[in-house]
Design a protein. Structure first.
Length: 258
């Protein structure tokens, strides 16, 4: 029974993470065993063309906690699929490689790769070193347009925790183009926090995504959307260190421009 519980899968409608979801009306609340997840998101503008694509900006946040008050399980993997009515364009946009910011703090990373910033936010975590109670820590979060790999776009998620241990994250997130119901898939492994010294778990992620820029004399946008069927749909699958999997789809309404 314990092994079965640790492999529990829950299908829910939610808006979550890393701000990589579009949509937003009411916050979602998911409780699985001891894990409690609260999330919300939104995008602007909400009125969009039915056939053509228009620039948008979107935001989201997620909070992780436990019913018992203990440190929640660590998020280990995230897979997010984006509706075919969303579009990413990076033509003419500067890029930033992980190694350029791998040893940098948030301010230095944003200064060195400012032309590649596509999103900003914050991450928070609990860190428990051996023999010590968990301590809260946090960092500014920056999303950079990453180098293309095999013709596909990537995103670099950068943050630096400074207490109780110093740890820099520069996570490369591939954004794979797909056929069918969803146009893109972003998937990544979440590195362990304080490896070899203790344990850690994310407790908060928030982000705002959107970049307007000029290239080749034209005004451009990093993210675009249309409203072909009055719904923008996103699917997420999130795996935690205790075996819990939260798997669900969020559908958010939009209005087609006449």
């Amino acid at each position: 029974m314990k092994a079965l519980a640790n492999r529990l899968r829950v299908a829910v409608a939610l808006a979550i993470t890393a701000g990589m979801l579009a949509g937003g009306a009411e916050a979602a609340l998911v409780q699985v065993g001891d894990l409690v997840l609260r999330a919300d998101g939104g995008f602007r503008p909400n009125v969009l063309p039915r056939r053509a694509f228009a620039p948008i900006r979107f935001h989201g946040h997620a909070d992780l906690s436990s019913r018992s008050g203990a440190m929640p399980p660590a998020l280990q993997q995230a897979i997010v699929d984006f509706d075919r009515d969303g579009l990413m364009r990076t033509a003419g946009l500067a890029s930033c490689a992980p190694e350029q910011v791998a040893d940098s703090g948030p301010e230095e990373a944003r200064r060195d790769c400012g032309a590649a910033i596509v999103g900003t936010g914050r991450v928070e975590a609990l860190v428990a070193l051996a023999g010590l109670p968990p301590q809260a820590t946090g960092s500014a979060l920056t999303l950079f347009n990453g180098p293309r790999q095999g013709g596909e776009a990537t995103v670099i998620a950068h943050a630096q925790m400074t207490g109780p241990v110093v740890q820099t994250f520069a996570i490369l997130i591939p954004v794979e183009r797909r056929r069918g119901r969803f146009r893109y898939r972003a998937s990544f492994e979440v590195p362990p926090i304080a490896p070899g010294l203790g344990s850690g778990a994310l407790t908060h992620v928030s982000v705002k995504v959107g970049r307007r820029y000029r290239a080749a004399g034209k005004r451009r946008s990093y993210v675009w959307a249309r409203c072909s069927d009055n719904i923008l749909e996103t699917h997420g699958r999130f795996t935690f260190s205790d075996g819990t999997v939260v798997d669900g789809t969020v559908m958010k309404g939009c209005r087609a421009r006449r």
